[in-house]
Design a protein around this ligand. Sequence first.
Ligand SMILES: Nc1ncnc2c1ncn2[C@@H]1O[C@H](COP(=O)(O)OP(=O)(O)OP(=O)(O)O)[C@@H](O)[C@H]1O
Length: 249
Amino acid sequence: MINHQDRLINAIGLSRYYSEHCAVNNVDVVLHKGEVLGLLGPNGAGKSTTMQMLTGNLSPSVGEIQINGIDLLDEPRNAKQQMGYLPEQPPVYRDLTVSEYLHYCARLRNVPAVQRKGAVATASERCGLQDVSKRLIGNLSKGFRQRVGIAQAILHNPAVVILDEPTVGLDPIQIREIRSLIRELGKEHGIILSTHILPEVQAVCDRVQILNHGKTVFNDTLEGVESLEKVFFDLIFREADSTHAEVVV
Ligand SMILES: Nc1ncnc2c1ncn2[C@@H]1O[C@H](COP(=O)(O)OP(=O)(O)OP(=O)(O)O)[C@@H](O)[C@H]1O
């Protein structure tokens, strides 16, 4: 019997229309404790729309979403409290120091005043930011700014962390560091990672969900998968061929 208790995200039957256009079509997203889930797909597949629905920034046209057992549509504040989100553009303020910014985020996240210092210290330590806490964010390297973005996402110790393209524009050393941070975080949180970089998914994810034309076309662990690239291109091109065949016929 399936145990739904350990589902940090339980999103069932999600669809989203933009007027007549169905961008996401009856997609389920399930995330378990201790799992890093890679959300993949070619441009326009529906990843951003799905992530925006999961983070409560966009209402689904159809479907329901529970975050750590709390209904996102009925109790958006409580459900969002269970979640940390790093959008593709980290929401950092360049004119604040790392410490000032993280304290500000802790306030926004309703971390009680007496716990803020500890929460900032813990998130800074986990993201390797102790040595730059007094530096202005605007003067940090992109890799460190990304760490600050991840630190704000985990500050309130959420059950779920959603990361959108967290390593875009980083150098190879920074990429390696951020990936190992994601793996580390994955032990205590459930993580959804959206990226176009297939080797990244293979390096950090336990399971992969591939979207194409708004539908799930693959959802499985990476056990025994030698090349995710092959799986990905086979699926996407097979679909393109069959779509083409339909048009021709
Ligand atoms: N606000 C909008 N209004 C109308 N159509 C939209 C809107 N946002 C997205 N779409 C369309 O919905 C589909 C899915 O878009 P979405 O941005 O979710 O895909 P994606 O997988 O995130 O793509 P990318 O990797 O390029 O960011 C696309 O066809 C897109 O053009």
